[in-house]
Design a protein around this ligand. Structure first.
Ligand code: G1P
Length: 297
């Protein structure tokens, strides 16, 4: 029987240079879509998928991120006294149980593979674990990680979330070499990180992974890959070399690349439109803006 996946690693050590100057004083994971920071979307998705232990790989300057998950007694008391029950509820939903979060530090930016490797002592060698990249925000029902955990329960091995991207975008992603396409699930024969030419397919890896613990062993080699960084993609590809299974799941849902400004803006619009209390006013505004732009052309 495949053991339940209960741990997730959140690599949050990146500097967020693409969002300077905002990220000069706040971690990019604290940037908000509507009213919730990116990290909250990631945590909520993981919780919905049954994750109980949350491992953050952080770095210098990420203090605000660690504080975010503390209980805010002062604020809670204030809301309680002033009868703001709805807000109080909302705030409490963000509270994490003591001991559910662990922070490990990545001392040097050496790539995604290295960041995940930093969590190796917190993962047992008989348990699969999840990795969630907070830059990739996925709107899906059921949430993307839940779809993956359910699919993984059937397949075992390791699994990455995947989606088709236009050929010219393949150089920005980990790309799958497909052995067998079974529809929603594909069996993977190889993986290439950010191929400069001849991508093996147009199936890109999106920032959700369920990994066999042996991937951490592969990372022990600390082998440099694309861009001189230690790549998670390479450590997963090593699984295939070792004769272990790797699958891709074409998840159902919409993924937003919140690591880019354009993607962040698109996500802001999409999540804004999802909110009932904002929708009517926002739709009207968007119509007006577009009509004005058209008239000006
Ligand atoms: C990382 C991974 C890449 C994956 C991407 C998804 O790249 O290395 O394989 O396709 O996330 O967002 P990054 O975007 O951090 O450079």
């Amino acid at each position: 029987m495949i053991r339940k996946v209960t741990k997730a690693v959140f690599p949050v050590a990146g500097l967020g240079t693409r969002f300077l100057p905002a990220t000069k004083s706040i971690p990019k994971e604290i940037m908000t879509l509507v009213d919730r920071p990116l990290i909250q979307y990631a945590i909520d998705e993981a919780r919905a998928a049954g994750i109980e232990e949350f491992i953050f790989v952080t770095s210098r300057g990420k203090g605000a991120l660690e504080d975010y998950f503390d209980h805010s007694h002062e604020l809670e008391n204030h809301l309680k006294k002033s009868g703001k029950d709805e807000l109080l509820d909302l705030l409490r939903q963000t509270n994490m149980e003591s001991g559910a979060i662990a922070y490990v530090r990545q001392h040097k930016a050496m790539g995604l593979g290295h960041a995940v490797w930093c969590a190796r002592r917190l993962i047992n060698d008989d348990e699969a674990f999840a990795v969630v990249l907070t830059d990739d925000v996925v709107m899906g029902d059921p949430p993307c990680l839940q779809q993956m955990i359910e699919a993984h329960a059937e397949t075992g091995g390791s699994m990455v979330a995947t989606m088709e991207v236009p050929q010219e975008k393949t150089k920005s992603y980990g790309i799958l070499d497909v052995e067998e396409d079974m529809g929603a699930i594909v069996k993977v024969r190889g993986m290439v990180e950010k191929p400069k030419e001849s991508p093996p397919s147009n199936l890109a890896v999106i920032g959700r992974y369920i990994l066999a613990p042996t991937v951490l062993g592969n990372l022990n080699k600390l082998k440099q890959g694309a861009g001189g960084e230690i790549q998670l993609t390479d450590a997963i590809a090593d699984e295939i070399e070792a004769g272990r299974d790797v699958f891709g799941l074409r998840f159902r849902g919409q993924r937003y690349d919140c690591g880019s400004k354009a993607g962040f803006l698109q996500a802001t619009v999409a999540f804004g439109l999802e909110r009932e209390e904002l929708r009517d006013e926002f739709v009207e505004y968007l119509h007006d803006v577009l009509a004005m732009r058209k008239a000006a052309e």
